[in-house]
Design a protein around this ligand. Structure first.
Ligand SMILES: Cc1cc2nc3c(=O)[nH]c(=O)nc-3n(C[C@H](O)[C@H](O)[C@H](O)COP(=O)(O)OP(=O)(O)OC[C@H]3O[C@@H](n4cnc5c(N)ncnc54)[C@H](O)[C@@H]3O)c2cc1C
Length: 314
């Protein structure tokens, strides 16, 4: 008999964990209040960027495992994963960021009007293609989906041998974890104008980080990182500011047409929580949440660790 596992969460953490558990021989039922295209993971830009979450050594390891999976997915039709040049920009010349050690090749660049940075090649994820692809893969490998709110973990722990908690920013209320906080991100989805280079441009900042992420049939313009805000309605003033910042980085965007404004709540936490908890009644819960700004980057590495923990649980 296959071991029965319940996953809570239909974003990238839940779906990647679910897929890997199915491949490892578990029977998986996924419970989610929201499914693609309505999760935070669908709003993400989303490119591989192994910086900005803790603990650093584990983040690095998860990102490496994910990158290998993304490289495999570039050869899979309709996965939505490709490789793209990406430029990480800074206001003044700085030493190469540590994470560039992980890359096969990179080069220092200057960027008009007076910015400096590093160009490398990273996995780029077209979420309108990738998220439905993950959902479809999960179901075609035998995963069951139940779309509903889960009020408490004990409810599922009574029915399943193992529960995996992938509830993103809502893990805070589900398990009473006060270390979880939303990091609100607003983006513009725009048409791709002729002359827009097919490369990711990223100028990080504490709050007003700016990025331009061309995708298959549109371009994502960002962004913002407002800690503690649960506001899901797009802010028109912030949208204007994002537009202005992106246009300053890439004048070809003047011919872009705004298609949509979206907001997502990144699951901020002092560090990613990926661990096995054994309840008083002996039931096991694996927590996999708190990936902050880089949940796509970490998803496959974390999923591999979820499987290892699941195999070791009673
Ligand atoms: C604007 C923006 C840009 C980003 N860019 C990048 C990027 O370039 N690269 C990158 O790696 N990451 C990026 N991220 C971060 C990334 O999107 C997140 O880290 C990631 O989506 C978190 O995934 P998750 O599956 O843990 O959570 P979510 O996608 O939020 O999924 C949580 C799931 O749990 C469900 N759920 C929650 N509570 C319950 C409950 N009680 N009962 C039932 N279901 C429940 C929800 O309905 C949902 O299905 C970006 C995020 C934003 C907002």
């Amino acid at each position: 008999m296959k071991k029965q596992v319940a996953i809570i969460g239909g974003g990238v953490s839940g779906l990647a964990s679910g897929l890997k558990l199915l491949e490892a021989g578990f029977a998986v039922t996924l419970f989610a209040r929201e499914l693609p295209p309505n999760t935070t993971s669908d709003v993400a830009a989303a490119f591989w960027y192994p910086d900005g979450a803790e603990p650093a050594a584990r983040v690095r390891q998860w990102a490496m495992v994910s990158r290998a999976e993304f490289l495999r997915l570039t050869a899979v039709p309709h996965s939505g994963v490709s490789l793209k040049p990406a430029i990480d920009l800074f206001a003044k010349p700085i030493a190469p960021p540590d994470w560039l050690d992980m890359m096969e090749a990179w080069e220092a660049v200057s960027y008009p009007p007076n910015l400096y940075g590093y160009r490398t090649i990273v996995p780029a994820i077209d979420t309108p293609t990738y998220m439905p692809y993950l959902l479809n893969q999960f179901q075609s490998k035998g995963g069951q989906i139940v779309q509903r709110q889960v009020a408490n973990l004990a409810e599922l722990a009574a029915q399943f041998a193992l529960v995996v908690n992938c509830t993103g920013v809502w893990a805070g209320e589900l398990v009473g974890d006060t270390a979880v906080t939303p990091i609100r991100g607003q983006i513009i989805r725009a048409s791709k104008p002729a002359g827009l280079p097919d490369e990711i441009v990223h100028l990080d900042a504490e709050v007003y980080s700016t990025y331009i992420v061309p995708r298959r049939s549109d371009v994502i313009l960002g962004g913002s990182k407002h800690r503690g805000s649960w506001e899901l309605t797009p802010d028109p003033e912030l949208a204007e500011d994002i537009w202005r910042r992106c246009l300053a980085l890439q004048p070809a965007l003047k011919d872009a047409e705004i298609l949509e404004h979206r907001v997502g709540l990144r699951p901020g936490r002092t560090e990613v929580r990926l661990e096995l908890e054994t309840l008083a009644n002996g039931k096991a819960i694996i927590h996999n949440y708190g990936h902050g700004s880089i949940g796509h980057t970490l998803a496959w590495g974390c999923a591999a660790e979820v499987v290892a923990l699941a195999k070791n649980s009673r």
